[in-house]
Design a protein around this ligand. Structure first.
Ligand code: NAP
Length: 482
């Protein structure tokens, strides 16, 4: 195996290896970091020169636009990513859209290798009647809204008193928690002002979370499940008939500590729940409910129909032929994310990923496209915690290093060349210094927030700027001030 040092010594590449990473979420930053550390310096000179691009003006992808605002522990990962980019050996360029501002040919011209780390932001689809009714939403879209994503509508219709959330993964928990919490209890977080205003008006009383399998088959994680009980004035309601365990469940409880902890948590909540709920809002957890139809009148959601399921011994569920209906005025499906196709790259529409072998991106003929790689959710699908992305990046980078001798050589590898092209195209790119300016601006908004005017006694660390043009303007200004 050769390495960047040897490559830099090759006659054909007597310069640093130029690599573009597309997407500055954890997957992109980890890949850039690992590649930089793989053989960073020779005679005091960098032998790998990496440009990290993002379509949004701010970096950090899913951590900024996918993690719930009341999860500061996970948001803390931003600090680690920050440190990597603060080193200054990876250039960050935001507000640059692959496919619009840069084509695959542009990338190939300016870089010896490209790593796509574009993740997954869309909702997996659920093909049941009524899914297009007014009041039926994708959970991922709601997440984008409450996290202040620049490209989604600023208003969100929170008019339902009773809401169904479909799915038993952590995103369903995030969605259900944010929907059921009192807005004032979220104000301490970085939620944008428009999100606070809309949540404050929400008339919600009951949020029902439905899983299609049993309590031992949930995809939550223990910490996130337990956290549900911390919401003020929100009672958790469970149903004894949903507590069904088959052989596979017993085995999972015996062998998997996470499952055991969560089943214990749920069972304790069930046993300890008071006969009558006293809170003004309730969060119901239902299991063994497979959604079959969203019911509506005059084009709007009025209810949801499920087939009751039972476990089949292997942990899977089968229908019982019994159907149940719940009156709800909104349905959020949180049944998984789905990757978006990338222009000029093959796409596996079944799995929502770029076809690849360990991160080597494959063309229509199934052969590796020389110099093109993928990492993160666009490589392996939207599963796993943020930490898992590191191992993924390691695999992709190791293949890239293995391929060094055969990488196509960029025609215009000079660091300024790609910037000149973007400038010529009128792209208002943002950079790492600009992120610092925006970061400082958002923190100042938090510090100056007048909570007393709302009759609240709290401090805010940050208030997110949402509007894309404003983000660009602030990032490109030298001294933003507030
Ligand atoms: P997920 O963990 O894969 O959960 C998807 C859920 O949807 C499962 O319960 C699945 O049930 C259900 N489902 C799938 N198709 C369905 C259908 N047709 N009808 C009804 N239910 C259906 O996905 P996710 O919640 O989007 O999370 C993605 C990843 O991000 C996960 O690894 C998650 O842990 C992580 N994440 C972590 C946090 C955190 O706070 N730590 C927050 C958000 C996300 P089956 O099991 O029966 O298929």
């Amino acid at each position: 195996m050769s390495n960047p040092t040897e490559a830099a010594e090759r006659g054909t590449l007597a310069r640093p290896l130029r690599v573009a990473v597309i997407g500055s979420g954890p997957a992109g930053v980890y890949a850039a970091d690992i590649l930089t550390k793989s053989e960073p310096v020779k005679n005091g000179e960098l032998v790998v020169s990496i440009d990290l691009f993002d379509r949004y003006p701010a970096p950090f992808g899913l951590i900024r636009y996918g993690v719930a605002p009341d999860h500061p522990r996970i948001k803390g990962i931003i600090q680690a990513l920050h440190k990597v980019l603060d080193r200054g050996d990876i250039r960050f360029f935001g507000n640059v859209d692959y496919g619009t501002d840069l084509s695959l040919d542009d990338l190939k011209k300016h870089y010896d290798a490209v790593i796509f780390a574009t993740g997954a932001i869309d909702d997996a689809s659920l093909n049941i009647p009524g899914i297009d009714l007014k009041g039926s939403f994708g959970g991922a879209d709601f997440v984008s809204w409450y996290d202040g994503h620049p490209d989604v509508a600023r208003e969100w219709p929170l008019e339902a008193k009773e809401i169904a959330v479909l799915g038993n993964g952590n995103v369903a928990l995030d969605v259900a928690r944010v929907l059921s919490k009192h807005a004032d209890d979220l104000l301490v977080t970085e939620i944008p002002e428009n999100v606070y205003r809309e949540l404050k008006k929400s008339p919600v009383t009951d949020v029902h979370v439905f899983g299609r399998r049993g309590p031992a088959q949930i995809k939550f994680t223990p910490l996130e499940l337990r956290e549900l009980s911390h919401s003020r004035d929100v009672d958790i309601i469970l149903y004894p008939e949903d507590f069904e365990f088959d052989e596979a469940s017993d085995e999972a409880i015996k062998t998997n500590n996470q499952v055991k902890t969560m089943v214990n948590t749920l069972t304790n909540w069930l046993v300890e729940q008071p006969e009558e709920s006293t809170a003004s809002r309730r969060l119901h957890l239902h299991f063994l409910h497979n959604p079959v139809e969203i019911l509506g009148e005059d084009g709007a959601v009025t209810g949801i129909k499920f087939e009751r399921t039972e476990l089949d011994g292997t942990g899977n569920a089968r229908g019982t032929g019994e159907f149940l209906e719940y009156p709800v005025q909104a349905v959020y499906r949180s049944i998984g994310y789905f990757g978006s196709a990338l222009p000029e790259i093959e796409f596996d529409a079944g799995r929502g990923v770029v076809p690849n072998a360990g991160g080597r991106v494959l063309g229509a003929d199934g052969e590796h496209l020389p110099g093109i790689y993928a990492t993160g959710w666009i490589k392996r699908g939207p599963v796993g915690l943020i930490g898992h992305t590191k191992g993924d990046a390691l695999e992709t980078v190791s293949y890239l290093l293995e391929d060094l001798e055969s990488l196509p050589v960029a025609e215009a590898p000079e660091e300024d060349a790609v910037l000149a092209l973007l400038e010529q195209r009128g792209v208002q790119l943002t950079n790492w210094e600009g992120w610092h300016t925006l970061d400082t601006h958002e923190k100042a908004l938090g510090e100056n927030f007048d909570a007393a005017a709302l009759g609240l006694d709290l401090k805010r660390e940050r208030v997110k700027v949402v509007d894309r043009e404003e983000m660009v303007r602030i990032s490109r200004s030298i001294n933003a001030g507030v």
